[in-house]
Design a binder for this molecule. Structure first.
Ligand SMILES: NC(=O)c1ccc[n+]([C@@H]2O[C@H](COP(=O)([O-])OP(=O)(O)OC[C@H]3O[C@@H](n4cnc5c(N)ncnc54)[C@H](OP(=O)(O)O)[C@@H]3O)[C@@H](O)[C@H]2O)c1
Length: 252
């Protein structure tokens, strides 16, 4: 299986890269920290797969187009693309600060389109392939302390929904994964106990199963699917109780 993964230098992306690194596979590893990707490439090679490192910022449209073209050139056929790279930065919305929000949107929204779209023509030609965006439970409702993060994840999900319709009948599938809390470096900075948090290995197991089943939008773990219902349709007072800013806002 030939797989291109962004955000492969840590957390969920690293776990997914190792999961798909079976003998004979070619894994494209994309993130900015080249040293971490090189280390991961060694581990993947030891697993019998081939790793190719792309030290690229996902918000760089031209560089991502080049990375995709290079990967397609090497692989011939690409089976799976996972737009996983994402950031959750402290918002200073109430202070009127916009630059961090612009950066977040460039990574979490433009980064997703920069990742999946360049692979579409090649997948259409081969008549197969799966395009995946990693969104979040937070994309199902604007949350206090994370308005921009929620909006970015909703945008990624909506984009994949539309893309799936564009691809209907082509053999190519577009889908979205929506984790609740997973223990990774991203959540390590959040204060307090994270409700229904799962380990990275368990998340990778659930995500890869959903990808194999070609789900449309997969929210996990199961407790979070129930939580999503209340988050999506509950009153604002209920949302404030369920997701107080003290829990959802990363420390400055
Ligand atoms: N952990 C959770 O509870 C949780 C819940 C819901 C959704 N998610 C989503 O899951 C995805 C993975 O998160 P994680 O928890 O695994 O976080 P993580 O460990 O912080 O990993 C984030 C990855 O994204 C990469 N990245 C960030 N900015 C980038 C950029 N501009 N260009 C290229 N790569 C970039 C990072 O690599 P470099 O720094 O090396 O570039 C890193 O590999 C994210 O989209 C996140 O929003 C996570």
């Amino acid at each position: 299986m030939n797989v291109f993964i962004t955000g492969a230098s840590s957390g969920l992306g690293e776990g997914l890269a190792k999961h798909y690194a079976t003998p004979g596979a070619i894994i494209g590893l994309c993130a900015r920290r080249a040293a971490l990707l090189d280390e991961l490439a060694q581990a993947i090679t030891a697993q019998g797969a081939r790793a190719i490192v792309y030290a690229v910022d996902v918000s760089d449209t031209a560089a991502m187009q080049q990375a995709a073209a290079a990967f397609i050139d090497i692989c011939g056929r690409v089976d799976l693309v996972i737009a996983n790279a994402g950031i959750g930065i402290p918002h200073r919305t109430l202070q009127g600060e916009t630059e961090s929000i612009a950066k977040l949107m460039r990574v979490n929204v433009i980064g997703v389109t920069n990742t999946v779209v360049p692979f579409v023509p090649a997948m259409l030609k081969q008549g197969s392939g799966t395009l995946v965006a990693v969104s979040s439970l937070a994309g199902h409702r604007g949350l206090p302390g994370r308005a921009a993060y929620s909006a970015s994840k909703a945008a990624a999900m909506t984009f994949m929904d539309g893309l799936r319709l564009d691809l209907h009948g082509s053999g190519v599938h577009a889908m979205t994964l929506c984790p609740g809390f997973v223990h990774t470096p991203m959540t390590a900075v959040l204060p307090g106990k994270l409700p229904f948090a799962i380990g990275c290995d368990e998340a990778v197991r659930l995500m890869s199963r959903a990808i194999a089943a070609r789900k449309k939008t997969y929210i996990f773990p199961w407790q979070v699917r129930i939580l999503r219902f209340f988050l999506r349709f509950g009153s604002e007072a209920m949302v404030l109780r369920m997701a107080p800013p003290a829990r959802t806002r990363a420390p400055e």
